[in-house]
Ligand binder design. Structure first.
Ligand code: SF4
Length: 217
């Protein structure tokens, strides 16, 4: 039986390192994770660029800013009112730690995850993206591409919830934090380029380990 490690190695060999997550600072990566909810990265990037151009991309400035102004600047990311609310909810929580990522670094992952999930409009995928990409915690990020690809390949039935899928990766994928970072990014790449809704199985790099090769519709 092939393993998650095998799938990772094959995807890495074919697509190469993905250099995620874009962002110059931990704070930018965190805000990017919130803005990327339910949209392509290019739209989130436009919202980040707008915040930067208006000199707003710092915790102190965004914390003081009116939510209407934030919503205006992040319009390209879609769902901008909800995302402005999520950013402000995150900042109210982050303020308790004096906006210090060093303070967050001292908190055990399980506690930090629980706290992030207690913030309004921060769900599993966003919390885990912040943990993995902004805080370098070994936490697997699950998304719709993960579910689709690993159901087709044969690891999932398709009925598992987020936590069950994450638990499978935590139990069976033996990579380190760097590999967790790359694996999720490679899954997104594969889900966009090959294993799309109508998959390009004849061009697939993991076709030899996929149970749905040529069958998925
Ligand atoms: S063989 Fe087809 S269904 Fe399987 S992972 Fe590749 S693209 Fe997806």
């Amino acid at each position: 039986m092939f393993s998650l490690n095998t799938v990772y190695q094959k995807l890495f060999a074919c697509y190469g390192p993905q250099h995620w997550w874009p962002g110059e600072t931990q704070f930018e990566v965190t805000i990017g994770a919130i803005l990327a909810q339910n949209v392509s990265w290019s739209n989130a990037a436009k919202a980040i660029a707008s915040l930067k151009a208006n000199n707003l991309l710092t915790p102190h400035k965004l914390f003081k800013e009116d939510s209407v102004v934030i919503a205006h600047h992040i319009k390209p990311s879609g769902y901008y009112n909800q995302k402005a609310f999520a950013i402000q909810s995150f900042l109210q929580w982050f303020h308790r730690y004096d906006f210090s990522f060093d303070a967050l670094n001292a908190i055990p992952t399980a506690i930090l995850r629980k706290e992030l999930l207690s913030i309004k409009r921060i769900g599993y995928e966003t919390a885990d993206s912040i943990l993995l990409y902004a805080l370098q915690r070994k936490v697997f990020v699950v998304d719709a591409y993960t579910r689709r690809i690993f159901t087709r390949v044969g690891f999932l039935t398709g009925n598992e919830d987020y936590m069950a899928i994450q638990a499978m990766f935590h139990e069976h994928f033996t990579g380190n934090t760097y590999d967790y970072n790359e694996f999720h990014a490679l899954i997104v790449k594969h889900g966009k380029d090959r294993c799309t809704k109508k998959p390009a199985c004849n061009e697939c790099y993991i076709a030899d380990v996929c149970k749905q090769y040529g069958l998925a519709k």
